[in-house]
Design a protein around this ligand. Structure first.
Ligand code: SF4
Length: 489
């Protein structure tokens, strides 16, 4: 199967990309089928490849790891029959660490290790910020790595641990790991879920019948009819077997710093994060944006689809009518996956079209979730002007993205980020629009429920891609010459 996948979002080439979704089930026969459905619901978190490991007492561990969409790889009965058992975990990925952009099948998770007390498989969402030094140390001590993924360090650290059970070994391994990790793992009899002490990436617990489920997001519980029980807490480890769920907190406590961008863009709008509907938070971002950056105009149009809730909020607050000024082609299938250069250059037009009858002669406010390189924003502006718009005003539902993420999101190098090299006014000139405004960091914090805005001494979220303040030092990147924010910036 080709590993060149069509983007889930029409502008994926100019968006930050969440890298992974994880899902696990225990206590349901044919667990792998439930995992496949869960991964399908999490496909927006990674479209490059996916894998499932299942365990059956008679047949032991089995795994299937493939490039491509879940629906293309894990719906065939002949494949799913090879994954029997009532315990299974799975992973969908877009690479952030490892062989970025050209994933080898050996980099596709879950990873599996055979230990003296039995086998274990792990699926990791996040990014280990000290993976390079850990890998060097492990290789020096004899470990033989199979992949280029940072996540494989966890398996090798477990192999070196003297812990008497697999959960003990995992706990010891994860204490040596820095950065962001939500992990779903399995042994022959247990499903394990862990979240790093800052809780950067999400992980939730659900229940369906006699079975338990771990998932990156609640939307994937819904698809299998599971009831949302609670979030796994930052720094928590849960071990689930036929007797139920055991919880403990093996790491040194820290103030949680959940990724604020999950609210803005990564998570699905029908998920619940921190007790809040993602859709409602995004709508509220639009409300805040309309208060902070009002503009006289005729229409508020979302850049589909992720700008939609914020555009609705902007329209409601401003009283300016909401309209679907840009229509997304829902059937961007595989036809153009590997297009000729000529078709590739058509880019945005292939994916989106302007609703000319609505736009002509109007002053249009376009609401998008973020500006990364700015390449797509320019093309959209041109399309809107070509359709006869009188004015184009951009309103962006996140602050300027000026710093790369090292916690499991694929971002361009800092110098490629438009906001890293230009002021807001310079960006407006560069995009050649009538106005451009981003929500402030305080406004974003208010929208996610922090009434007082951002507490600069103790921010409630990770917002490093906006603020440049990294809650965990990105050790590997510093080693490679990355410069942290200076006092002058
Ligand atoms: S740097 Fe940005 S994208 Fe990365 S975890 Fe922090 S808020 Fe999320």
């Amino acid at each position: 199967m080709s590993n060149t996948m069509p983007p889930a979002h029409p502008f994926d080439d100019d968006k930050l990309k969440e890298e992974c979704g994880i899902f696990g089930v225990i206590g349901l026969s044919d667990a792998a089928n439930f995992v496949a459905l869960g991964l399908h619901a999490l496909q927006h978190r990674g479209q490059e490849a996916g894998g499932i490991v299942a365990h059956d007492p008679e047949q032991g561990f089995n795994s299937v790891r493939r490039f491509g969409y879940v629906r293309d790889n894990f719906t065939d009965e002949s494949v799913m029959q090879t994954l029997p058992g009532a315990l299974a975990i799975g992973h969908v990925r877009y690479s952030t660490a490892g062989s970025k952009g050209q994933t080898a099948i050996r980099d596709v998770q879950p990873f599996f290790g055979e230990f003296s007390m039995g086998g274990a498989a792990i699926a990791h969402n996040g990014n280990i910020t000290n993976a390079n030094s850990l890998r060097r140390e492990l290789i020096d001590r004899g470990s033989i790595f199979q992949s280029s993924s940072d996540s494989e360090c966890i398996i090798h650290l477990m192999a070196r641990s003297m812990g008497r059970s697999i959960p003990d070994r995992m706990e010891e391994a994860l204490r040596k790991v820095e950065g962001a990790f939500s992990v779903v793992a399995m042994t022959r009899t247990k499903l394990i879920g862990v979240r790093d002490p800052l809780g950067v990436r999400p992980l939730v617990l659900g229940q369906v019948g006699d079975g338990w489920v771990l998932s990156s997001e609640t939307c994937a519980l819904d698809i299998i009819g599971a009831r949302f029980i609670r979030e796994i807490e930052p720094g928590e480890m849960v071990v689930i077997n036929d007797k139920g769920v055991q919880s403990h907190f093996p790491f040194r406590p820290a103030k949680s710093r959940f990724c604020i961008f999950e609210h803005v863009y990564f998570s699905r709008p029908d998920s619940i994060l921190g007790g809040r509907s993602v859709y409602e938070t995004r709508r509220q971002i639009g409300v805040e944006l309309a208060k902070e950056a009002p503009v006289d105009a005729d229409l508020v149009c979302p850049v589909p689809d992720s700008g939609t809730p914020a555009a609705i909020g902007f329209s409601q607050e401003s009283g300016i009518p909401y309209a679907m000024g840009i229509i997304r082609n829902q059937y961007m299938g595989r036809t153009f996956i590997e297009p000729t250069e000529q078709i590739r250059n058509m880019g945005v037009r292939l994916k989106l079209n302007v609703n000319r009858a609505l736009i002509e002669g109007k002053r249009v406010i376009l609401v998008d979730d973020s500006v990364v390189r700015g390449t797509t924003s320019r093309k959209i502006k041109e399309m809107i002007l070509d359709a006869g718009a009188a004015e184009v005003h951009f309103r962006i539902a996140s602050p300027p993205t000026a710093w790369p993420c090292f916690y499991g999101v694929d971002t361009p190098q800092r110098e490629k980020l438009l906001a890293a090299t230009m002021s807001e006014e310079e960006m407006r000139n560069h995009l050649a629009v009538d106005s451009l405004r981003f929500i402030s960091l305080d406004g974003l914090y208010r929208a996610v429920g922090e009434a007082g805005g951002r507490d600069p001494k103790a921010p409630a979220y990770c917002d490093a891609c906006f603020s440049g303040e990294y809650p965990v030092e990105p050790a590997d990147m510093l080693e490679q010459g990355f410069q942290l924010k200076t006092a002058a910036e």
